[in-house]
Design a protein around this ligand. Sequence first.
Ligand SMILES: NC(=O)c1ccc[n+]([C@@H]2O[C@H](COP(=O)([O-])OP(=O)(O)OC[C@H]3O[C@@H](n4cnc5c(N)ncnc54)[C@H](O)[C@@H]3O)[C@@H](O)[C@H]2O)c1
Length: 355
Amino acid sequence: MTLTQDFWRGKRVFLTGHTGFKGSWLSLWLQSLGAQVHGLALAPTTTPNLFTVARVARGMASHTLGDIRDLATVQQAIQACQSDIVIHMAAQPLVRLSYAEPVETYATNVMGTVHVLEAARQSASVKAIVVVTTDKCYDNKEWAWGYREDEPMGGHDTYSNSKGCAELVTSAYRSSFLKAQGKAVATARAGNVIGGGDWAIDRLVPDILRAFEQNLPVVVRNPNATRPWQHVLEPLGGYLRLAELLYTQGHAFAEGWNFGPKDDDARPVQWIVEYMSRDWGNGVSWQQDGGQHPHEANYLKLDISKAKARLGWQPRWPLATALEKISIWQRAWLAHEDMHQLCLTQIQHYTSTNH
Ligand SMILES: NC(=O)c1ccc[n+]([C@@H]2O[C@H](COP(=O)([O-])OP(=O)(O)OC[C@H]3O[C@@H](n4cnc5c(N)ncnc54)[C@H](O)[C@@H]3O)[C@@H](O)[C@H]2O)c1
């Protein structure tokens, strides 16, 4: 997969969720490609956060703090920037929080998606739309093999289910309106992403790094849970490639796409904790949290054959490399280095790595 710098230079991209973990990385990547990036999201909720630490705002063409649960806010933001491409990433993305806040999770993830698609439908300029959902949108049967794009949607918890709903909403908007208007819309389903600059609560790698920093044992809920781990730049590269093809080729690519790691990198949580503990040194240790926890899937793998064959996309960094990049990132942050520059350097390393 190669992204075309000429394609992205000057393209107006409307990106929701630009203040989040993935959104900050994607904004920096798009900025480095010469795109005009217009963001809509809520203010960052953690301190520290990547958006601030990597000074993402300074390269944005415009940057609006607003709520996608409000249709008028989304309409105004899309109209104002006359975007060519929409990448919809804003969401309530945490499984455990979705147990505490199911209504807010559905409002943001389902109606928020309706609002973005409705605003895109009303915009004369938008030609291509990528809606970011998740690997958890599938009806999880705890199979040993990977889910393929035509498998049924589902979701046990309200986060996963809300993303399955966002998939169905996108499909209905495509067939009812967008296809006839010549606007190509696709969904992107990625696995668990990891990378420098994630400070979310209840996510494995941020939890591990917080424990390392405080010299405490890492407490793990579910050491045997297997996830398709991948560095954040992997799916982001997939979204960009997909957006490019939607824009240039149109409806032929307007469907669902999986972006996951190679098979070997669907590893249990315990493997990650042990790898990162060895790498960090300092005698760090881990233990299992014996408490009661809400249901989370144990086994989840994605089949990425379609993205490989038709988008020319495939993973570049094995899990070990992804973990090394995180460790480099974290140590640089602790040493007060220039994190904007470090992110750009890691993006550059990623794009110059051969598959
Ligand atoms: N991180 C992962 O492992 C992972 C895996 C698969 C899919 N995803 C998906 O990728 C996307 C980004 O995830 P992330 O990890 O960067 O999450 P994040 O929490 O770091 O970022 C979420 C973004 O959405 C914005 N947002 C949330 N509610 C909003 C609202 N009501 N109005 C406007 N903006 C709102 C936030 O302000 C933030 O910019 C989400 O759609 C998520 O479901 C993430």
